[in-house]
Every structure is written in C-alpha cells, then in structure tokens.
Design a protein around this ligand. Structure first.
Ligand SMILES: Cc1cc2nc3c(=O)[nH]c(=O)nc-3n(C[C@H](O)[C@H](O)[C@H](O)COP(=O)(O)OP(=O)(O)OC[C@H]3O[C@@H](n4cnc5c(N)ncnc54)[C@H](O)[C@@H]3O)c2cc1C
Length: 403
C-alpha cells in the first residue's frame, strides 16, 4: 500500500532514479508522503558523469544536497569548450569563473551520477522507498492500480511515472510505441586521473567535434576520475544497455586521424561501455486523470545539451508544488504541471536533437559557418533561457528567474 495520512492523497512514484527520488523529497517538503517503487534491489546509478548546469544546481540546493555534493563534485572553470577535431583549436568556450554565479546565482559542476543519486537518496525517508518492485502494468481507471512483477498490486490516487525511457507508465497511458534507434552510438568510460593526460584533468567540460563524431570529457569524483563519452555512427549496432562493452581498438578506430592527444585518453579507457542512443519524439501531453510522467519517461532527450537530469529535477519541483496547491482537483493539478513543463522540455528535446547535426558536420562551408558562429557567441549568455529557469517563477506565471 502507498503511505497515506488522513485527508492526503496516496502518491505512488514508479522509478527511483534522479527524477523519482527528487520528486519524493519535494513532496515530503510539501508535507505529502509518497512511496517510490523501484525495480532494482538497491538504489544505484551507472558509472558515468553528469554536468550540473546552474538550473540543475538551483534544484539540488533546494533539495538540500548541494553542500554534500560539492565534496565530490568538481566546480568547473570552463564549460562547453568546443575544440576542432584534428588539432584541438578552441572554437568557443564559457568562462565560468565569476560570470556563472553572477549571472545565474549558481556555479556549474560535474559529478559522478552515483554521487548525485546518493546525495538525493539521503533526503528520502527510508520508509518511502519500496525496492524490488518492478512495475509491469497499470490500470488507468478512476483509481489507478499498479501491477508488479511478483503479482503484488497497489492502488493510488496519483501515479507518477519516473521510470525512464522505456517507461511502463507511459506505455499504459499512450500507445506503447518503442523508442527508435537514432543511428548514433556512444562509447563511455571512467578513466582514473592517474592514467589520464594532463589536459583532461582541468576543471573543464571539453567537446572535440568533427565529421560524424564528437568526444566529451570532464573530471568527476573530486577529480579522481575523468568521465569520457564519445558519439559515433551506430551502423548496425542496436544494443541499448549501460552494461554492453566495446574494445579500446573499436573506440580508437572511430577517432582515427583525430588530434593525437586523444589517443592517450582513449587508450586509458580500459573496457569502454557502448550503447545505441534511442530517440523519441516529444509528447503533446503527459497526464490522464491521476497519472502523469516525469523525467526521461516524459521527455527523453539526446544528451547534447546535458539537460536530461536537470529537466527531471525541474519537473520534480514543479509537480510537487502543483500537487500541494491542487489537492482538491488532482487531475487539474497534473494538467497544470504538464502545461507548465511541456513547452520547455519540448524545446530542449528539439535543440538537443538539432545539435547532433551541428556537432557532426563534415569539414566544408557549413562547418566553417558554424565555427564562425561559435566564435561570435558566448554559450553562457546564449543559454540563459536554460540556466535562468526557476520553477517558483514559472509557477507564478513567469518563465525565468529575473537576474
Ligand atoms: C551519455 C549521456 C550523458 C548524459 N549527460 C547528462 C548531463 O550531463 N546532465 C544532465 O542533466 N543529464 C544528462 N543525461 C541525461 C540523464 O542521464 C537522464 O535524463 C536522467 O538520468 C533521467 O532521470 P530519470 O530519473 O527520469 O530516469 P532514469 O535515470 O532512467 O531512472 C529511471 C528509474 O526507474 C527504474 N525503473 C525503470 N523501469 C521500472 C519499472 N518498470 N518498475 C520500477 N522501476 C523502474 C529504473 O531502475 C531507474 O532507477 C545524460 C544521458 C546520457 C545517455
């Protein structure tokens, strides 16, 4: 059974990732108990990094986890440092040292995903998490009922599907169309700092861009590791799994002819992970009655603006407030939530999608035009619409923080 206090709705969250757990914390802050149903036997994250942009840091601070997280995160001096593939020429970069906090009231960090999840998890009352609960179905009637793999069922007044890109909740609400293959695959590794070249240890988010490929690296885990992720054509590779692997030779072959400095970094990758990137079009709505979606379940996006987790955190803040202020009309509260959030996440899905073309241009006139445009604008200012966002302002009818 979901936890219930007299007069309060029974709220069930499916999925205990960053989005689901953040929602649980925000709901508890509103005095609303809830239960997170997570399929795994433990709350855990995959071994990979995250960029924590100022809008994400704003929500992590509200969750009360920024101080803890700062001990393991890396505060960046340089963000979005785009470099040319063959010689490392810097095409554009964000100088974050003073400007980021002055403009947005927060710094930009990088972190290991497990550090982010653990910091949020520490704020969730343990009795609110039900592990080993794999949701396999959902009755979408007036009172939703969740079905789990072990045949247990749970009734709730509000169901929040925070169960990621293959969301069962999304499948129950809308036609269960599978995600499509994007034609792009990713190589991923965490390289120990002792094995990484000096240039990869700088507190910088560096992106090497070139024909059909790009490669990103930044330090995480208090500088003990370098997160390395690279994108390449998938060919006929369609394995979508955080545990599938490739060989260093396969990884190196994709970046043959690129700046020699990258060879050292890629060689240090050990056994890199490899997975096919999936694609989904934006949804026009997320809710039906007392059921809604959040995070990747609602709006999976290509990672090229590093905003997926950030958007899940913002969803969580807005949804908790909408439920808390809309207890007498829960379906209306969920509608308000999606109306506030869909325009922003759709825009981010669209621009993230577009960046796969921009980052992967072959050398030629279009690439030269792109590089000239990169040189002219400061991404820290150009991305103000992303970094400014404050859920409280959005809830009051504005869109961004006024700074
Ligand atoms: C290469 C890459 C780099 C990225 N970099 C960034 C970045 O720098 N910054 C950023 O903000 N975002 C980034 N993202 C995006 C970010 O990782 C995701 O958007 C974010 O993790 C989504 O969180 P979520 O909680 O919605 O879903 P998930 O993290 O997918 O969590 C879903 C949870 O639900 C559980 N679950 C799934 N199905 C069920 C079920 N049937 N029953 C019960 N539980 C279930 C899962 O076990 C999991 O715990 C990146 C993504 C990729 C692929």
């Amino acid at each position: 059974m979901t936890l219930r206090t007299a007069g309060q709705p029974r709220i069930a969250i499916v999925g205990g990732g960053i989005g689901g757990l953040a929602t649980a914390v925000f709901l508890h802050r509103e005095g609303l108990p809830c239960t997170v149903y997570e399929q795994a036997p433990q709350l855990a994250e995959v071994g990979a990094g995250l960029v924590i942009s100022p809008n994400a840091a704003r929500q992590l601070r509200r969750l009360g986890v920024m101080e803890t997280l700062r001990e393991r995160a890396v505060q960046l001096d340089t963000g979005w440092e785009f470099r040319r593939w063959e010689d490392g020429t810097v095409l554009s970069s964000e100088n974050l040292t003073d400007a980021c906090e002055r403009l947005y009231g927060e710094q930009t960090y990088t972190a290991h995903r497990a550090d982010v999840l653990n910091a949020i998890k520490a704020q969730v009352p343990p009795e609110s998490v039900a592990l080993g609960h794999k949701c396999v179905g959902l009755d979408t009637g007036a009172t939703p009922r969740l079905h789990f793999a072990d045949r247990r069922t749970v009734e709730a007044d509000v169901v929040i599907g925070a169960d990621g890109i293959h969301s069962v909740v999304r499948g129950a609400l809308f036609a269960a169309t599978p995600a499509t293959y994007s034609g792009i695959c990713a190589f991923r590794a965490l390289v120990p700092a002792a094995k990484a070249p000096e240039f990869a240890l700088r507190p910088a988010q560096t992106l090497w861009i070139g024909p059909d490929h790009h490669l990103v690296h930044y330090p995480v885990s208090a500088g003990e590791l370098v997160n390395l992720v690279a994108f390449a054509p998938a060919g006929d590779y369609t394995v979508e799994s955080w545990t599938a692997t490739a060989t260093v030779e396969e990884f190196l072959a994709e970046f043959d002819g690129w700046d020699r400095r990258l060879v050292h970094l890629i060689r240090a990758a050990g056994t890199p992970g490899r997975w096919a990137l999936l694609d989904r079009a934006p949804l026009p709505r997320w809710s039906e009655g007392g059921i809604t979606l959040l995070g990747d379940a609602a709006h999976p996006m290509f990672p090229f603006f590093a905003q997926g987790a950030a958007q899940a955190l913002e969803d969580a803040a807005v949804l908790a407030r909408c439920i808390a202020t809309g207890l007498d009309d829960l379906a209306g509260a969920l509608k308000r939530y999606e109306e506030l959030r869909i325009p922003r996440t759709t825009r981010l899905q669209t621009v993230s999608h577009g960046r796969s073309h921009i980052n992967h241009l072959p050398d030629g006139p279009e690439q030269r035009e792109r590089d000239a445009a990169f040189a002219e604008h400061d991404p820290l200012v150009a991305n103000a619409w992303i970094y400014n966002y404050d859920p409280d302002v959005a809830l009051e009818g504005g869109v961004t923080a006024q700074r």
